[in-house]
Design a binder for this molecule. Structure first.
Ligand code: GLC
Length: 474
């Protein structure tokens, strides 16, 4: 079919940076796609076109086709081409109800769109139809939004399949009526008395990737398995953990356009000092030598920002200060603002926007970075901060455990500070340990250097994906 030549890997996701970005999945998806292409793999992303205020997102060299869809889905088109600001081709799925000002929630209420089940079943059926047309060697699905695709493909039509779990908490649970619309072995998608797209893909995909090795272990436990632990355990070796990478060409202090004084490993002390001084000034503080803790986060419950705010009464005695950049849930933004207002000498917060240049400056200028997540499948910000020579203080969960080596546990290899428990007491202890360690010049320099010289890029994780594709394609 003209313009719709088959790729080796059809890569389906509800988010892909910079076209549709809510959380880390958007960065992870685009980072992996780019790295796979750099390794010579022909990978084609497919995502919904959520549109812009001016209508659909434009594509250059566009080729568009009408997809043959189930009756309930309404007219659905696939447009293939290259969007502005993106270095490769994508396929957009256009269907009634998909285009919205936000992929998942109504921005005026913060509530999920009431027809999300319909919207992502349409997207999933479109992925299945594209799979029939394109016949890729591998169909790579991401999270529940794409998971039902496997119910729309017969065994003969199904290529090798991979499901990546970025967050197990969202499973797309919806009314059991959806089971009647799934043509192939719909029992796989049945979950007690509801339909559950994610469980269907967990039961069917050839491989299931959790976004870090530790998360792959955690989700086998009742405490963190979100009801899926037995299903995942049944899949045995089909479940693997591969940590995400970061875009190492963007998240680096070297030649960084957002820093007044860009720096590398050798001149990091002067570069970081300049970035730190600018942050202290922006917050309106006098530099009293307090440990400067920076936070860059989406404001959602998962990220544990309330735990960071609960540190307020302890900060003066460390002494430490926290500079937060975050946006998201209104109740968390309010908590952060109130805590900052009540502790103006200790906490400063920007909560009304996501400000990428400021994010770079916070990664550079902090003495340490804090990531107090309640759970964290992989986490990207801790790797970004380490790439800037800023070690992280983090809770001992998910990918944070895989990417941060606690310096007190492993003095010769340490890259940061893992709290011993996932709570305020654990964080208070970790902050004290960090303050002590960062005052010791030799240890500080060694930790900074280890973080900066580690390869956080997508190269190795992408190679790992290729090995796994090869395993299931045989
Ligand atoms: C989700 C997870 C985060 C992970 C990202 C990319 O946002 O919460 O831990 O890094 O997906 O996989």
């Amino acid at each position: 079919m003209t313009g719709f030549a088959p790729p080796a890997v059809l890569f389906a996701a509800a988010e892909l940076a910079p076209l549709a970005r809510v959380g880390g999945m958007a960065e992870a998806a685009s980072g992996l796609v780019r790295a796979l292409r750099d390794l010579g793999t022909d990978v084609l992303p497919v995502l919904p076109d959520y549109g812009t205020a001016d209508g659909p997102i434009a594509l250059s060299d566009e080729v568009s086709i009408e997809l043959s869809m189930p009756d309930w889905a309404g007219p659905t088109r696939a447009r293939r081409g290259t969007p502005e600001g993106v270095d490769n081709e994508v396929i957009f799925v256009d269907a009634p109800g998909l285009a919205r000002p936000h992929p998942y929630v109504d921005p005026t209420t913060g509530m999920g769109w009431p027809d999300n089940d319909y919207r992502f079943f349409v997207f999933s059926a479109a992925i299945a139809e594209l799979t029939r047309l394109l016949k890729p060697n591998v169909l790579h699905l991401n999270d529940w939004h794409t998971a039902a695709a496997l119910g729309f493909l017969s065994a003969d039509e199904t290529p090798s399949t991979v499901l990546t779990i970025h967050t197990l908490g969202y499973q797309g649970v919806c009314s059991a009526e959806w089971l009647q619309r799934i043509p192939h072995e719909s029992w796989r998608f049945a979950w007690y008395d509801v339909a559950n797209p994610l469980v269907g893909a967990i039961r069917s995909a050839d491989r299931i990737i959790a976004v870090s090795p530790n998360y792959a272990r955690e989700i086998l436990t009742e405490a963190d398995g979100m009801g899926m632990h037995d299903e995942l355990a049944r899949r045995g070796d089909a479940l693997v953990g591969i940590r995400n990478g970061i875009d190492a060409s963007v998240w680096t202090p070297v030649d960084n356009p957002h820093l007044a004084v860009p720096y590398g490993v050798k001149d990091r002390e002067s570069g970081k000092a300049a970035a730190r001084a600018a942050l202290v000034k922006q917050a309106g503080w006098d530099d009293d030598g307090s440990l400067l803790i920076t936070v860059v986060s989406r404001l959602v419950d998962q990220k544990g920002i309330d735990l960071a705010m609960a540190l307020a009464p302890y900060l003066a005695s460390v002494p430490a200060r926290i500079f937060v950049l975050g946006s998201g849930q209104a109740n968390i933004a309010e908590l952060v603002r109130e805590t900052a207002d009540a502790n103006p000498d200790r906490i400063f917060a920007v909560t009304d926007r996501y400000d990428e240049p400021l994010a770079h400056r916070l990664f550079a200028g902090g003495d340490v970075f804090m990531m107090p997540s309640r759970f964290e499948p992989c986490g990207l910000a801790q790797m970004q901060s380490m790439a800037f020579g800023t070690p992280a203080i983090a809770t001992p969960v998910g990918g944070l455990v895989d990417t941060i080596i606690d310096v007190d546990a492993e003095p010769k290899m340490g890259t940061g500070f893992l709290a011993q428990s996932n709570d305020v007491a654990g964080l208070v202890d970790a902050v004290h340990r960090a303050a002590r360690t960062m005052r010791a010049a030799r240890t500080r320099k060694a930790i900074q250097k280890r973080g900066m010289t580690h390869d956080w890029s997508w190269v190795r994780p992408a190679q790992h994906h290729l090995d796994l594709y090869a395993e299931i394609s045989n």
